[in-house]
Design a protein around this ligand. Structure first.
Ligand SMILES: Cc1ncc(COP(=O)(O)O)c(C=O)c1O
Length: 379
């Protein structure tokens, strides 16, 4: 392991993101901060009616409607509909905390986790005392399936599409990994928070998982797609015989999410199904093209995730160190994310890349990327 930039040690990505929250040019966090579309604005105009609906209708019905609208939007038609099959949480991090806590009493070996990935996933697992084993993306996605499921682990955790790389687990590969997990009784856990952006992750994961016979958990997240001011839910779906105390731990933490948020999620999902999702995909693709075009003539720079469709873009800075570039941008009130912490098992491997958020107003994104260009071109 090579030495990482010392000033970034011990600081997590969320702490860096929170420095940017009040900035006009916040390209740091992966939350959705673009303008509402016309049809989304009309949903916001209906909020008093939606509030009344939320207050009047049984919460079970609202929860079922929200699950159905969101998961059907993303073609996840075979999600579990049994009681408790999908637990609704305030956010995907809460779902993650529940999963992490549930894995502790099961005992056994470490949790294998995709490397790199968003650092709150390893932080929540480690925070519950679990030992982690990194599995490189290439090992997960290609080659021997037994290497993708290391010997002796109790759980394999994969973020797909991954943050920050955007890499998507293909259907055949998920089937092969799930079969391996079934044969070795390893819990297979997926975080699909970014799947809304990438149709390649819209094959029905629940059919694949169910057919494999493995024990599985999926964390879904409505929070990355729409600029709903962080009104969102995380969903914790699990197989029939998952053997983890998920429902009990969920009840230790919450009674339920706000019915108002459930109604809002349902309405935004319906709007997305009626064309909004395709518009969003175009919007993100345009913003990605803007970033790449603005930085195209900067020497010693690359976009390592050529194929990515998620709402973030990594930039490989070549010889430059991300902390130096980040510090100079910050002096002008512009924020991006250094990538060191995504490499949770070896931060130095991220010391030469940045992540730029794309779910932003194009004018602000352009201003920020122009400033980045100027920093990169100046000595
Ligand atoms: C892959 C992934 N999962 C989960 C989360 C946590 O989301 P939240 O902060 O809404 O709980 C993030 C945050 O960016 C993420 O990137």
């Amino acid at each position: 392991m090579s030495p990482s930039t010392p000033l970034l040690r011990g600081v997590n990505l969320t702490e860096i993101e929170s420095l940017a929250l009040s900035s006009q040019l916040n390209m740091a966090d992966g939350h959705a901060r673009q303008e509402l579309t016309k049809s989304q604005r009309s949903i916001v105009d209906e909020l008093p009616d939606l509030f009344a609906k939320a207050a009047a209708q049984p919460v079970d019905d609202l929860e079922r409607e929200a699950h159905r609208a969101y998961l059907h939007l993303l073609h996840q038609h075979s999600y579990p509909t049994r009681p408790g099959g999908v637990l609704t949480c305030y956010s995907s991090s809460v779902a993650m905390e529940i999963l992490a806590r549930s894995l502790v009493p099961a005992g056994g070996g470490p949790v294998a986790l995709v490397h790199p990935t968003f650092d709150n996933i390893p932080d929540l697992l480690r925070g519950n005392g679990l030992r982690l084993l990194p599995v490189e993306e290439d090992v997960l996605h290609e080659g021997s399936v037994s290497a993708a499921v290391p010997e002796g682990v109790r759980c394999l955790f994969i973020t797909t599409p991954n943050n920050p790389t955007g890499r998507v687990l293909a259907e055949q590969r998920l089937a092969a990994i799930a079969a391996e997990c079934a044969a070795r009784d390893v819990v297979l856990a997926l975080d699909t928070s970014f799947r809304g952006f990438d149709t390649r992750s819209h094959y029905d994961h629940y059919t694949v998982l169910r057919d494999s016979g493995c024990r599985w958990v999926v964390i879904e997240d409505t929070g990355k797609l729409w600029a709903t001011l962080d009104l969102k839910v995380g969903l914790l779906a699990s197989s029939d015989h998952v053997g983890l105390p998920l429902a009990k731990i969920h009840s230790d933490i919450l009674l339920g999410v706000s019915p108002f948020v459930l109604v809002l999620v349902t309405r935004f999902a319906e709007d997305a199904a009626a064309g909004g999702l395709a518009d969003l995909h175009r919007f993100i693709a345009d913003n990605r093209a803007l970033v790449r075009a603005t930085l195209a003539d900067v020497p010693d720079l690359a976009f390592p995730d050529g194929d990515a469709r998620v709402s973030v873009e990594r930039v490989d800075l070549g010889e430059r160190r991300c902390l130096d570039v980040w510090t100079r941008l910050r002096q002008s009130g512009i924020y991006v994310l250094p990538c060191s912490q995504f490499h949770w098992a070896d931060p130095a491997r991220g010391d030469h890349s940045l992540r730029i958020a794309l779910a932003r107003v194009p004018g602000a994104l352009e201003a920020a990327v122009r400033a980045l260009r100027a920093v990169l071109l100046s000595p």
